[in-house]
Design a protein around this ligand. Structure first.
Ligand code: S3P
Length: 442
């Protein structure tokens, strides 16, 4: 799907960024809309779907499992559920951890076999965290080595029974996989997660008619789901993705004189950790028009260039901004003082080892930092030197984060390959250009 040769890109000091950043649909919600639609009776109409490689790969995998999925217009998709069947060939999820892991859950509850594979990045990510707990339903698997790497064959349960399980890993993907398996299991499943993670699956399952309830449990919560559940197709309106908005947002904060608006962004409180942190750092972000869309809270942001100051980001905030640490590290480089980001262990198992990738990118661009255990401290500076060529390690968020740095650093910043940006934000380059950013081939 990607050209053999990498496509490097250089971002250089920009004049003020101005205009409207209309970012595409939320990736997490887009993935879930397709998957639940493919499991439901009837036709699910989705609007605002993110048409990125990750989401399109999930759509193809769901077709391979038997669902009918068609695009009727920009962001408008119809999904008709079906009884799933064992696919003839391996399901290729490309770069998508979410697509593959959630579909693993759905397959685990059903009497069928599927092989899961993906690109080099996805094939290096641990699947044991997902498939091990799925064994409790009666599923079995064959993966590669103790981390259960892909290619991974998953044999769904012949007669899945509801389970009671506590999960301590702070992953919405793991939680969601268990919930999707529980849909096909007989009886009640009780899934306790000891930390709160994004709750899009729970909300959407309720919208599709599942009998699901959530009760607080210590610092986390218990989700109770009655199975077997027959989901009923429904309309899904996908809000715009705050994790994609993070890039123009931080760009506007660090490029002097900028003022941009970011309309209709998802503001689910389990996704707003970056905005909360930037506000603490002194960012000039105003939120207006808070309203509800498709069962989720949204609002409009206005962002102006700001003098940021370093803060400490507690580990407890990590799940609500887990994908935003690379761009926060860039914002922190331009802040006064130190920004301490605590409890980043989950960053090591993302599309790349993001902690290592962030550190390397900072070093190559002359920014001082320290890593102690799972904590990262970035020392901000008035003038960020830049000048580095950053290896992106097949990680879209590393690519977009360091391009953002180049818009405000003294020397331009180059990233070695921008191909992976298409996994989550294909419009990124055009959108940034429209705002006035300068990004060109080196
Ligand atoms: C996601 C959950 C997070 C996040 C990923 C999307 C989801 O992963 O990093 O980009 O849609 O559930 P984990 O659940 O593994 O933390």
């Amino acid at each position: 799907m990607h050209p053999e040769a990498p496509t490097p890109l250089t971002a250089r000091k920009a004049s003020p960024l101005k205009g409207v950043a209309a970012v595409p649909g939320d990736k997490s919600i887009s993935q879930r809309a397709l998957i639940l639609g493919a499991m439901a009776k009837g036709q699910t109409r989705i609007t605002g779907l993110l048409e990125s490689e990750d989401v399109l790969n999930t759509a193809q995998a769901l077709r391979d499992l038997g669902a009918s999925i068609t695009r009727t217009g920009p962001g408008a998709w119809d999904v008709t559920g079906a009884k799933w069947q064992s696919p003839a060939a391996p399901l290729d999820f490309g770069n998508s951890g979410t697509g593959s892991r959630l579909v693993m859950g759905a397959v685990a509850g059903r009497n069928l076999t599927a092989t899961f594979t993906g690109d080099a990045s996805l094939r290096s990510r641990p699947m044991a965290r997902v498939v091990e707990p799925l064994l409790a339903f009666g599923a079995t698997y064959e993966g590669q080595g103790p981390k259960a790497l892909m290619p991974l064959a998953l044999h769904g349960a012949k007669d899945a029974q509801g389970i009671t399980k506590e999960i301590t890993v702070a992953s919405a993907q793991v939680k969601s996989a268990l919930l999707l398996a529980a849909l096909s299991a007989r009886g009640t499943s009780r899934i306790t997660q000891t930390t709160l993670t994004r709750d899009h699956s729970e909300k959407m399952l309720a919208a599709f008619g599942a009998n699901i309830s959530v009760t607080p449990q210590g610092d986390g919560e218990t989700i109770t789901l009655e199975g077997p559940a027959s989901l009923i197709a429904t309309a899904v309106e996908v809000p715009r993705d705050p994790s994609s908005a993070a890039f123009p947002l931080v760009a506007a904060l660090i490029v002097p004189g900028s003022e941009i608006s970011i309309p209709a962004i998802l503001l689910n409180p389990r996704r707003t950790g970056l905005i909360d942190t930037l506000l603490e750092m002194g960012a000039n972000i105003t939120i207006t028009g808070r309203r509800s869309s498709g069962g989720e809270e949204i609002g409009d942001l206005t962002v102006r260039h700001s003098h940021l100051k370093g803060v400490t980001v507690p580990a407890s905030r990590a799940p609500s901004m887990i994908d935003e640490y690379p761009i926060l590290a860039v914002a922190a480089a331009f802040a006064t003082g130190e920004t301490k980001m605590l409890g980043l262990e989950e960053l090591r198992v993302k599309e790349s080892d993001r902690l290592a990738a962030i550190a390397h990118g900072l070093k190559l661009n002359g920014v001082a930092f320290a890593i102690s255990g799972d904590d990262l401290t970035v020392t901000g500076m008035t003038f960020v030197p830049g000048g580095g060529t950053v290896p992106t390690h097949m990680d879209h968020r590393i690519a977009m984060s360091f391009l953002t740095m180049g818009l405000a650093s003294l020397k331009p910043v180059t990233v070695d390959d921008v191909a992976m940006i298409a996994t989550s934000f294909p419009e990124y380059r055009d959108l940034m250009k429209q705002l006035g950013a300068v990004m060109e081939a080196p």
